[in-house]
Design a protein around this ligand. Sequence first.
Ligand SMILES: [Cu+2]
Length: 161
Amino acid sequence: MKKPLSLIAAALLVGTSASAMAQIAVTEAWVRATVAQQPATGAFMRITAQQDARLVDVQSPIAKTVELHEMKMENNVMKMRPVAGIALPAGQAVELKPGGYHIMLVGLTRSVGEGDAVPLTLVVETADKKRESVSVQLKARSLSGASAASGAPGAASHTNR
Ligand SMILES: [Cu+2]
Protein backbone atom coordinates (compact mmCIF):
# COMPACT_ATOMS: atom_id res chain seq x y z
CA MET A 1 0.00 0.00 0.00
CA LYS A 2 3.01 2.28 0.32
CA LYS A 3 3.42 4.86 -2.39
CA PRO A 4 6.53 7.00 -2.54
CA LEU A 5 5.75 10.52 -1.36
CA SER A 6 7.53 11.95 -4.40
CA LEU A 7 4.89 10.38 -6.65
CA ILE A 8 2.13 11.97 -4.66
CA ALA A 9 3.83 15.34 -4.81
CA ALA A 10 4.17 14.99 -8.56
CA ALA A 11 0.51 14.12 -8.87
CA LEU A 12 -0.36 17.23 -6.91
CA LEU A 13 1.78 19.40 -9.18
CA VAL A 14 0.13 18.24 -12.37
CA GLY A 15 -3.32 18.44 -10.80
CA THR A 16 -5.07 21.17 -12.76
CA SER A 17 -7.95 23.10 -11.29
CA ALA A 18 -8.43 23.62 -7.60
CA SER A 19 -12.04 22.58 -8.04
CA ALA A 20 -10.85 19.04 -8.66
CA MET A 21 -9.54 18.85 -5.11
CA ALA A 22 -11.50 16.79 -2.68
CA GLN A 23 -11.11 19.38 0.09
CA ILE A 24 -10.82 17.10 3.03
CA ALA A 25 -11.76 18.15 6.54
CA VAL A 26 -10.51 15.98 9.38
CA THR A 27 -11.71 16.43 12.94
CA GLU A 28 -11.43 14.54 16.22
CA ALA A 29 -8.32 12.71 15.10
CA TRP A 30 -6.78 10.53 17.77
CA VAL A 31 -4.60 7.50 18.18
CA ARG A 32 -4.71 4.94 20.93
CA ALA A 33 -1.75 5.24 23.26
CA THR A 34 0.32 2.07 23.54
CA VAL A 35 1.86 0.04 26.30
CA ALA A 36 5.49 -1.09 26.17
CA GLN A 37 6.35 -3.38 23.24
CA GLN A 38 2.92 -3.07 21.70
CA PRO A 39 3.47 -3.65 17.97
CA ALA A 40 0.41 -1.91 16.57
CA THR A 41 -2.28 0.58 17.41
CA GLY A 42 -5.40 2.11 15.94
CA ALA A 43 -6.09 5.63 14.70
CA PHE A 44 -9.52 7.19 14.52
CA MET A 45 -11.05 10.39 13.14
CA ARG A 46 -13.93 11.96 11.33
CA ILE A 47 -13.34 12.75 7.65
CA THR A 48 -15.51 14.90 5.42
CA ALA A 49 -14.74 15.32 1.72
CA GLN A 50 -16.36 18.08 -0.33
CA GLN A 51 -16.37 15.82 -3.38
CA ASP A 52 -16.80 12.08 -3.71
CA ALA A 53 -13.47 10.55 -2.82
CA ARG A 54 -11.81 7.52 -1.30
CA LEU A 55 -9.23 7.20 1.40
CA VAL A 56 -6.75 4.90 -0.33
CA ASP A 57 -3.53 5.08 1.64
CA VAL A 58 -2.12 6.35 4.90
CA GLN A 59 1.44 6.88 6.03
CA SER A 60 3.01 7.70 9.35
CA PRO A 61 6.64 8.11 10.35
CA ILE A 62 6.03 6.04 13.47
CA ALA A 63 4.82 2.88 11.70
CA LYS A 64 6.43 0.58 9.15
CA THR A 65 3.08 0.01 7.48
CA VAL A 66 -0.30 1.59 7.81
CA GLU A 67 -3.42 -0.34 6.91
CA LEU A 68 -7.05 0.52 6.51
CA HIS A 69 -9.19 -1.88 8.51
CA GLU A 70 -12.80 -2.68 8.92
CA MET A 71 -14.19 -4.28 12.03
CA LYS A 72 -17.54 -5.96 12.21
CA MET A 73 -19.53 -8.64 13.92
CA GLU A 74 -19.64 -12.01 12.20
CA ASN A 75 -21.35 -14.91 13.92
CA ASN A 76 -21.07 -13.05 17.20
CA VAL A 77 -17.34 -12.62 16.78
CA MET A 78 -15.78 -9.22 16.21
CA LYS A 79 -13.56 -9.56 13.18
CA MET A 80 -11.12 -7.19 11.61
CA ARG A 81 -9.90 -7.22 8.05
CA PRO A 82 -7.87 -4.95 5.80
CA VAL A 83 -9.81 -2.99 3.16
CA ALA A 84 -8.39 -1.42 0.01
CA GLY A 85 -10.06 1.92 0.61
CA ILE A 86 -12.77 3.75 2.50
CA ALA A 87 -15.44 5.65 0.59
CA LEU A 88 -15.83 9.33 1.43
CA PRO A 89 -19.16 10.43 -0.06
CA ALA A 90 -19.37 14.17 -0.80
CA GLY A 91 -20.34 16.27 2.17
CA GLN A 92 -20.84 13.29 4.44
CA ALA A 93 -18.85 12.84 7.63
CA VAL A 94 -17.29 9.38 7.69
CA GLU A 95 -16.36 8.20 11.12
CA LEU A 96 -13.35 6.01 11.73
CA LYS A 97 -13.92 4.63 15.19
CA PRO A 98 -13.32 1.62 17.42
CA GLY A 99 -15.59 -1.17 16.22
CA GLY A 100 -15.83 0.18 12.66
CA TYR A 101 -13.45 1.44 10.04
CA HIS A 102 -10.11 2.46 11.43
CA ILE A 103 -6.51 3.08 10.54
CA MET A 104 -4.04 0.53 11.80
CA LEU A 105 -0.47 1.53 12.49
CA VAL A 106 1.56 -1.66 12.22
CA GLY A 107 5.19 -2.15 13.16
CA LEU A 108 5.47 0.83 15.47
CA THR A 109 8.93 2.35 15.55
CA ARG A 110 8.25 3.96 18.92
CA SER A 111 5.72 3.79 21.70
CA VAL A 112 2.88 6.27 21.86
CA GLY A 113 2.35 7.96 25.20
CA GLU A 114 -0.85 9.65 26.24
CA GLY A 115 -0.89 13.23 24.97
CA ASP A 116 1.70 12.61 22.25
CA ALA A 117 1.12 14.19 18.87
CA VAL A 118 1.48 11.66 16.06
CA PRO A 119 1.73 12.83 12.43
CA LEU A 120 -0.22 11.03 9.77
CA THR A 121 -0.62 11.56 6.04
CA LEU A 122 -3.90 10.58 4.44
CA VAL A 123 -3.88 9.90 0.71
CA VAL A 124 -7.24 10.55 -0.86
CA GLU A 125 -8.30 9.78 -4.41
CA THR A 126 -11.10 11.70 -6.07
CA ALA A 127 -13.55 10.20 -8.54
CA ASP A 128 -11.35 11.39 -11.44
CA LYS A 129 -8.42 9.43 -9.99
CA LYS A 130 -6.53 12.46 -8.76
CA ARG A 131 -4.68 11.92 -5.53
CA GLU A 132 -3.98 14.41 -2.84
CA SER A 133 -2.43 14.05 0.55
CA VAL A 134 -3.66 15.55 3.78
CA SER A 135 -1.49 15.96 6.85
CA VAL A 136 -3.11 15.27 10.18
CA GLN A 137 -1.88 15.42 13.76
CA LEU A 138 -3.29 12.72 15.98
CA LYS A 139 -3.62 13.21 19.69
CA ALA A 140 -2.75 10.12 21.69
CA ARG A 141 -5.32 8.95 24.19
CA SER A 142 -5.09 6.08 26.60
CA LEU A 143 -7.44 3.11 26.42
CA SER A 144 -9.36 4.16 29.49
CA GLY A 145 -9.47 7.76 28.31
CA ALA A 146 -11.09 6.59 25.11
CA SER A 147 -13.72 4.82 27.22
CA ALA A 148 -13.49 1.98 24.69
CA ALA A 149 -16.46 3.74 23.14
CA SER A 150 -18.46 1.10 21.31
CA GLY A 151 -17.21 -1.66 23.55
CA ALA A 152 -15.05 -3.07 20.80
CA PRO A 153 -12.78 -5.83 22.02
CA GLY A 154 -10.40 -3.73 19.95
CA ALA A 155 -6.77 -3.94 20.78
CA ALA A 156 -6.88 -7.61 21.72
CA SER A 157 -8.16 -8.71 18.32
CA HIS A 158 -5.63 -6.62 16.43
CA THR A 159 -3.26 -9.52 16.06
CA ASN A 160 -4.11 -10.93 12.67
CA ARG A 161 -0.57 -11.24 11.41
CU1 LIG B 1 -7.30 -2.92 12.96
